[in-house]
Design a protein around this ligand. Structure first.
Ligand code: ANZ
Length: 902
């Protein structure tokens, strides 16, 4: 049997055998339970995979391999998210056609994934740009349309002037295009939307039952952004008319604004109101205003137009705005408060108008301070707030008095949802939720408005004015009325053309391809195709369903197969997809559920996010004339350049492994120099799955040495191996050594089984290493003539190889074959543990004196309390006991002895 880890000599052989025998083809046997393990749908970038990307593929592979060995039918597929901007931009840059380019990139991914031994069923692989896949993406589009969930609307969109496309809100980061960094502009064009807002509450509710990281659930909750509040109307008046009680001269017909507040309890503290610059009332106000005022408002609107919502709501203290010249009437006390136009209020949220309460809202206070608006406290500050503002020699009462007299001196404002109302007329004294309820009911009783739930979630903008995407299956007739393309004409295929660069006028390149563009409607008259394509997030919102039935020509998928395989049991990928993909896929699943096509409401039962792989990367300080970009601390240098520079001038930092940082280690390099199994073991072992890891060559070399040690031990023990050990092992009289060996084996199996299920791969590998050392020690004295010991060794050898198999499958198969065992470890049964045998004979019990650890004792696991107490009086412990009288002894069997002494 091979006794050294020389990967160059055997790893490729095993990969070839696995491929020849089609080992990883999905097993579908009705009697078995199922396990669906899935990695996020990757976009196959031209740079190929790095060992950083392997950080999610390897662990998913480990759990899937264990599940197969445990007897599950396992679905472990892989495919490619091929449509979309990154592929199109890359194809334009490299002057290739994206359809051909993306397949060559996908092939490279496949080779790399095969190289590290990932057990995908490639027979199910597809690209989202394959017509027989996107046919069904189009079919689902139609389903959404028919259910009133897809609509076209003229909308102001975020427009990237460089990519020449509209962007979803999520693709705008800090006012810049997320892909190319160009400042985003606003532009109004007809756009397709999916009505995800109809599902806001369900998307929120169903999060509770998912086994997902809390942080991701939180991000989804915030993104959906449910808030409960009250919407009500306020009269708008000209100030000079303030005498006649109810009969104000109003602003034309639009004499009202409707505001949304989550804090109706603070209504008596309203000292001004604000409308967004885009609010329709602003047009009326301008019309009636004097020329100078109208011009001032107009200029402010123009300025606001250039800013993205993110800039407008960025948390800085400066709040711009202009006074409108008119006033709003507070229905609670009749006060006329100035109405401002300010961009910190967004038109797209609530009603685009607010009542402002500067005493209790930071943004409103910031605005009030810079525009000289009064501040009226209506919530009684709590002790904590008063204590923060306490001055020498003053008590809380006095601080409170000062607060009420000079609230602007107290910054930041007092904010609390549970405070008692003051200065609020007959409502003073009410507290928190009750106050909101009472005032909300009062608003409803006066028919001024109603209680209202708002969501921050916006409808999903799906149109892209680009070539490389799934065509939208819609045709317009001469009147520009739209009809859906009938099912028998799907897919609407993307025409193969050489030139598909975006046009400067923003229209899709498809609109220039007249052969494709011109078609007929269902009644045979002239028609024109929709030229927008769907953004990539549509394609990735259902691919996990297609994997269960990838070549079905009749349906998107067979519902029976969905019922069998879904939900995904374990979905593995990066945390950066917290909202977009994971929310959209949940939405589509619910729509399909409502249409009776799938029996589950949620696609991904369990979600796990892997940590990043960081690499040590050289930087240097800028030289004369060089400047650093925003947020940069140094200038990146290549590894080559770093060699020629003075080491003292370099600053090595841990940064995410990526092509742009020049710090990538490819799987090819790692496998070539260290071996695939060493790479796998290292990535699993080096840190908990969710944590970032720092790539190290020594670390991976350590795994090379470990695997050699393990192979040596197995080769040493192989001569004692008896494949028939299961028949006899329980019939021999155990020896001390055989008992210890079996305890070591069974506790390893127990630990590994649980750790892999928990995604605790690092402790799976570290326990394995520890158990190997123990096995090595125990077998030094083993007596092969003793049947019990021979059986225990045989059991151990078999179990160790199989427990290692998910992590280091090449090595395991090499040893397995060396033992003379048939087939591949992949189809061997995962070893079972006996909890009785796994239990340690001895335990280490801490001994405390007055709660302080003073010593530990090795005791039999089943020692009695008396035995424990007696053993605990060790030479180290006794001196502490003699310092006083032992009043009490607390013994927790197997866990702890504590002496109480005084
Ligand atoms: C008065 C008030 C008093 C408010 C107070 C807050 C605190 P969430 O929880 O995010 O829904 N608001 C409403 N519509 C807005 C818009 N279009 N643009 C900017 N701000 C808007 O926030 C709701 C609160 O945000 C509302 O409650 C309103 O300010 C403001 F002590 O009304 B509040």
């Amino acid at each position: 049997m091979r006794d050294r880890y020389l990967p160059g000599e055997f790893e490729a052989k095993w990969r070839a055998r696995w491929a020849e025998t089609d080992l990883f083809r999905t097993r579908e046997e009705d009697t078995r339970p199922k396990f669906y393990g899935l990695d996020f749908f990757p976009y196959p970038s031209g740079a190929g995979l790095s060992v950083g990307h392997c950080r999610n593929y390897i662990p998913t592979d480990v759990i899937c391999r264990m599940k197969v060995m445990q007897g599950y039918n396992v679905l472990h597929p892989m495919g490619f998210d091929a449509f979309g901007l990154p592929a199109e931009n890359e194809a334009i840059k490299t002057k290739r056609h994206p359809s051909e380019m993306i397949v060559s990139y996908g092939e490279r991914y496949r080779q790399q994934l095969d190289l590290v031994g990932v057990s995908y069923d490639w027979s199910r692989c597809f690209y989202s740009s394959d017509p027989n896949y996107y046919k069904w993406t189009q079919w689902i589009f139609k389903l959404l349309y028919e259910r009133g969930l897809a609509y076209r609307k003229n909308a102001e969109v975020n427009w990237c002037p460089k990519d020449k496309t509209a962007l979803a809100n999520e693709e705008v980061v800090g006012g810049l295009c997320d892909r190319c960094g160009t400042p985003v502009e606003k532009k109004a064009i007809p756009q397709w939307f999916f009505k995800i807002t109809d599902y806001a509450q369900r998307l929120l509710n169903d999060l509770d039952d998912l086994d997902w990281p809390e942080g991701i659930k939180m991000q989804q909750r915030n993104w959906i952004g449910r808030s409960e509040g009250v919407e009500f109307d306020m009269k708008v008046v000209l100030a000079q008319e303030q005498t006649a009680a109810d009969d104000f001269q109003v602003i034309g017909k639009a004499n009202k604004i409707r505001v949304f507040t989550t804090r109706i309890d603070t209504i008596f503290g309203m000292t001004f109101c604000v409308v967004a610059p885009e609010h329709p009332i602003v047009a009326t106000i301008k019309k009636r205003a004097e020329a100078q005022k109208a011009a001032e408002i107009e200029a402010y609107q123009a300025k606001a137009k250039q800013l993205s919502d993110a800039d407008r709501t960025a948390g800085n203290n400066a709040k711009s705005g202009v006074f409108s010249g008119v006033y709003a009437v507070n229905p609670a006390n009749g006060a006329q408060v100035p109405l401002y136009i300010a961009d910190y209020v967004l038109m797209g949220y609530g009603t685009g108008a607010i009542m402002a309460v500067p005493a209790h809202d930071q943004r409103d206070l910031d605005f009030a301070l810079s525009h000289g608006v009064p501040v009226v406290p209506v919530l009684k500050p709590d002790e904590e707030f008063l204590a923060q503002h306490k001055e020498e020699g003053f008590d809380s009462e006095q601080v409170l008095a000062r607060y009420l007299a000079e609230p602007t001196k107290f910054y930041p404002p007092f904010v609390s949802k549970d405070a008692e109302l003051i200065n609020s007329g007959e409502y003073s004294g009410l507290v928190g939720e009750i106050a909101r309820l009472t005032l909300g009911q009062w608003i409803e009783a006066c028919e001024l408005g109603e209680r209202k739930i708002n969501y921050r979630l916006r409808d999903w903008l799906i149109s892209r004015q680009r070539y490389w995407g799934c065509p939208i299956p819609v045709v317009y007739d001469k009147e520009n009325d739209l009809e859906l393309v009938s099912d028998d004409l799907l897919p609407v295929e993307l025409p193969f053309v050489d030139h598909y660069e975006p046009s400067d006028d923003g229209s899709s390149p498809l609109s220039r391809i007249s052969d494709w563009l011109n078609t007929t409607t269902q009644d045979g008259t002239l028609g024109r195709r929709e030229t927008d394509t769907m953004g990539g997030f549509a394609c990735s919102s259902w691919y996990f369903l297609r994997f269960v039935d990838p070549f079905n020509d009749e349906q998107a998928f067979d519902p029976k197969k969905i019922a069998k395989w879904l939900p995904v049991d374990c979905y593995v990928g990066g945390a950066e997809h917290a909202v977009m993909h994971l929310l959209y896929a949940r939405f589509w699943m619910k729509v399909l559920y409502d249409a009776g096509l799938v029996p589950y409401k949620e696609p991904f039962q369990r979600l796990v996010n892997q940590g990043q792989v960081l690499a040590l990367t050289p930087y240097r300080q800028p030289r004369d004339g060089e400047t650093l970009g925003v947020g940069e601390e140094g200038i990146l240098v290549s590894f080559k350049e770093a060699e020629s520079l003075d080491p003292d001038s370099l600053d090595w930092r841990w940064v995410r492994m990526s092509k742009s940082k020049g710090n990538v280690v490819t799987p090819e390099e790692a496998v070539e120099t260290h071996g695939a199994d060493a790479l796998r073991m290292y990535e699993l072992f080096v840190a908990p799955f969710e944590q970032a890891i720092q790539w190290s060559t020594e670390g991976i070399q350590g795994q090379v040495r470990f695997l050699s040690r393990f192979m040596k031990l197995m080769a040493d023990l192989a001569p004692h191996f008896d494949p028939d050990w299961p028949l006899s092992i329980n019939h021999h009289e155990p020896t001390t050594t055989s008992k210890k060996i079996r305890q070591n084996t069974h506790s390893l199996i127990e630990k590994a089984t649980n750790d892999i299920d928990r995604f605790a791969f690092n402790t799976y590998v570290s326990s394995f290493m520890k158990a190997v050392n123990t096995l090595g020690d125990l077998t030094k004295t083993v007596n092969p003539d003793e049947a019990a010991e021979r059986a225990a060794v045989s059991e151990a050898v078999q179990a160790f190889i199989l427990v290692l198999a998910p992590a280091a499958p090449h090595t395991a198969d090499e040893l397995w074959e060396g033992l003379g065992m048939p087939g591949f470890t992949y189809h061997a049964d995962w070893p079972k543990f006996n909890p009785e045998l796994a239990k340690a004979d001895t335990v280490t019990v801490p001994v405390q004196v007055n709660g302080k650890l003073r010593d530990t004792v090795e005791m039999a696991a089943d020692a009695t309390n008396q035995e424990l107490e007696a053993a605990a009086r060790t030479a180290k412990v006794l001196p502490y006991l003699e310092q006083g009288t032992v009043r009490k002894v607390v013994v927790v069997p197997g866990k702890l002895v504590n002496f109480v002494v005084n």
